[in-house]
Design a binder for this molecule. Structure first.
Ligand SMILES: NC(=O)c1ccc[n+]([C@@H]2O[C@H](COP(=O)([O-])OP(=O)(O)OC[C@H]3O[C@@H](n4cnc5c(N)ncnc54)[C@H](OP(=O)(O)O)[C@@H]3O)[C@@H](O)[C@H]2O)c1
Length: 345
C-alpha cells in the first residue's frame, strides 16, 4: 500500500474504474505541481504517473503535496506513459514538448501541452519564436477554453495558451470579433515571478526582484505574436515582473469605433461569457490579483471614456492556474465530456 492510499480520507480518488488515466510530464515544475495537486483530487480521472527530467535524484517526492500525492515522481519514460495513460499533460520546456508530443500522439494518446511549442500556426512565426517545433502535428487545437470549446472536444493535441495571452485574449477577443475596436491595442502586463518557472535567473533572483518592478521583453516576448495571431490586429505588449510569487494583472488600452457605448461593451462581453464559469466580469469595479490567486477565474473589468472612445480593460488571473494548470484541466474536462468545472471549483 502506498502512503497516498493510507490517507484516502484526505486524498479522494475517483471511484470509477473506467476513469481516464492521466499522467504529467514536468511534475516537479511550478505548473506541473499545480497539475498534480488538482488532478490527484479530480473526481473523474485517475492520476497514474508523475514524471520529471530525472536529473539529480532519479526518484523524487513532492513535499508540498504530501497526502495529496505521495507516489514518487519518476524520470520521463514514454513507454510507460504509452502503457499507463490515456491523456498526458506536458508541463515541460517547449523544446522538450516539441520532441515528446508527436511520440505520444503516435501511440494514440491525447496530449494537453502547457508549453508554447504548438501555439503558433504560421511556419515562419514558429521558426522565429519556437524553432524546435518544425511542423504542427495533425489534431492540434489552440486551447483557449472559452473561445474554442468545439475544437477542444475532438482535439488530439490541445495546445494551451500562454498565461499573458489568456488574460489579454479573454478581455479583447469578443470585442475584436464584434468589430468594436479600432486601431492597435496595448497590453501593459504585470506578472509574479513564478511565471518564469522554478529555475532562478539574474532577473528572477529574490534580491533582484524584491522591492522592484521591471519591464522586459519589449517587442521580443513570444506572447506578443500569439496575441496578434488570435486577435488579427497589432498588439503592443509590455510585460513587467513584479515582486509577487503568482498572479498576472493586465491593463489594456484600446480605442473603440465612434458611437460605441459602455453598454455595448458590457453586452458584448456578457454575451460572450454567459456560459463561462471561470470568467467573471466586474465592470467598473476593477479586478485585483488577490481576488483570483489560487483560482481558475479570470476577472475582467473595464471603463469606457465614451466621448473620446478610449477603452481601458483590466484582466487578472493566476498564471499557474487559469494561465496554466487550471486551464489545461478545464480543457481536459471538455475533451472528455465532463462538467467544465470538475476538479476546479
Ligand atoms: N510558470 C507559468 O506561469 C506558466 C504558465 C503557462 C505556461 N507555462 C509553460 O509550462 C511549461 C512548464 O513551466 P514551469 O514554469 O512549470 O517550468 P519549471 O518550473 O521550470 O518546470 C519544468 C519541468 O519540466 C521538467 N523538465 C525540464 N526539462 C525536461 C526534459 N528534457 N525532460 C523531462 N522533463 C523536463 C522539469 O523537471 P526537473 O525538475 O527534473 O528539472 C520540471 O518538472 C513551460 O513550457 C512554460 O512555458 C508556464
Amino acid at each position: 500500500m502506498t502512503r497516498s492510499q493510507e490517507h484516502t480520507a484526505t486524498a479522494p480518488r475517483p471511484a470509477s474504474p473506467d476513469a481516464p488515466r492521466a499522467a504529467i510530464a514536468g511534475a516537479t515544475g511550478y505548473a506541473g505541481q499545480e497539475l498534480v495537486r488538482l488532478l490527484a483530487r479530480h473526481p473523474h480521472v485517475t492520476l497514474t504517473a508523475a514524471m520529471s527530467s530525472g536529473a539529480g535524484s532519479p526518484v523524487r517526492t513532492l513535499p508540498a503535496l504530501a497526502r495529496i500525492w505521495d507516489d514518487p515522481v519518476t524520470p520521463l519514460d514514454l513507454d510507460r506513459l504509452g502503457a499507463e495513460a490515456d491523456v498526458v499533460f506536458l508541463a515541460l520546456p517547449e523544446t522538450a514538448s516539441a520532441e515528446v508530443a508527436p511520440v505520444l500522439l503516435g501511440r494514440g494518446l491525447r496530449v494537453i501541452d502547457l508549453s508554447g511549442a504548438f501555439r503558433l500556426r504560421a511556419d515562419a512565426d514558429r521558426e522565429r519564436w519556437y524553432p524546435a517545433t518544425k511542423t504542427l502535428p495533425e489534431g492540434v487545437v489552440y486551447g483557449l477554453t472559452e473561445r474554442h470549446r468545439d475544437a477542444i472536444r475532438t482535439g488530439r493535441l490541445i495546445s494551451c495558451p500562454g498565461c499573458y495571452p489568456t488574460a489579454a485574449l479573454l478581455a479583447l477577443a469578443p470585442l475584436a470579433e464584434a468589430g468594436l475596436l479600432t486601431g492597435a491595442v496595448a497590453v501593459d502586463a504585470k506578472s509574479g515571478i513564478s511565471g518564469a518557472g522554478k529555475t532562478p535567473s539574474d532577473r528572477t533572483h529574490f534580491s533582484e526582484n524584491h522591492g522592484s518592478v521591471a519591464a522586459y521583453g519589449l517587442f521580443s516576448h513570444r506572447h506578443g505574436p500569439e496575441m496578434e495571431q488570435e486577435l488579427g490586429m497589432t498588439v503592443t505588449f509590455v510585460p513587467h515582473l513584479v515582486p509577487l510569487d503568482r498572479g498576472i494583472l493586465e491593463t489594456i488600452y484600446a480605442s473603440v469605433a465612434p458611437g460605441v457605448t459602455d453598454a455595448q461593451v458590457a453586452e458584448t462581453l456578457t454575451r460572450a461569457y454567459a456560459d463561462a464559469p471561470f470568467v467573471r466580469l466586474t465592470g467598473a469595479a476593477l479586478p485585483e490579483i488577490k481576488h483570483v490567486a489560487h483560482t481558475n477565474f479570470c476577472d475582467i473589468g473595464w471603463k469606457l471614456d465614451e466621448p473620446r472612445g478610449r477603452l481601458v480593460l483590466v484582466a487578472c488571473l493566476d498564471n499557474l492556474i487559469k494561465g496554466a494548470a487550471g486551464q489545461a484541466i478545464q480543457n481536459l474536462n471538455i475533451a472528455f465530456g465532463f462538467d467544465e468545472r470538475a476538479g476546479l471549483l
